[in-house]
Write a protein of this length. Structure first.
Length: 58
């Protein structure tokens, strides 16, 4: 997940440094944020499953 987060932050910085219409920049950042959430979701689900298994054992 660290790689996914790093890539997201790098892309955000890249968009923020560009000279473009503010509305376009906002739309691009929102789309990037949504993509970031979608990429992280399966990993978060797996972590939740593992945490639940650990709780059951303890």
């Amino acid at each position: 997940m660290a790689d996914i987060d790093f890539e997201y932050e790098r892309e955000c910085d890249n968009i923020n440094c560009r000279t473009m219409d503010v509305n376009l920049k906002i739309r691009l950042l929102e789309k990037l944020k949504q993509h970031h959430r979608q990429r992280r979701e399966p990993y978060l689900q797996q972590l939740a499953i593992l945490q639940e298994r650990i709780r059951r054992v303890c």
